[in-house]
Write a protein that binds this ligand. Structure first.
Ligand code: ZN
Length: 74
């Protein structure tokens, strides 16, 4: 019975790669994709950026408005 190579998809680029014990980068297709994946974790790309983004957007929209208001007309 021939050995059927197990195929996995590279988590970074989706390339189908053989799950080969000699492939030290598995399940990635190569060193590059492994480094990219590690880099994404390190830079926080896997976190949900929604909070920070909407927070900044709100502040940006609010701050100039409030500051631009004349101090008062009393
Ligand atoms: Zn890849």
């Amino acid at each position: 019975m021939p050995v059927v190579p197990r195929i996995v998809a590279c988590p970074t680029c989706g390339t189908q790669v053989e799950w080969n014990p000699e492939n030290k980068y598995r399940p990635f297709c190569g060193e590059r994709c492994k480094l990219i994946d590690l880099g994404q974790w390190a830079s926080g790309a896997y976190r949900v950026p929604d909070v920070a983004v909407s927070d900044t957007a709100e502040l940006d929209a609010d701050a100039p408005d409030g500051d631009a208001q004349p101090p008062g007309r009393a």
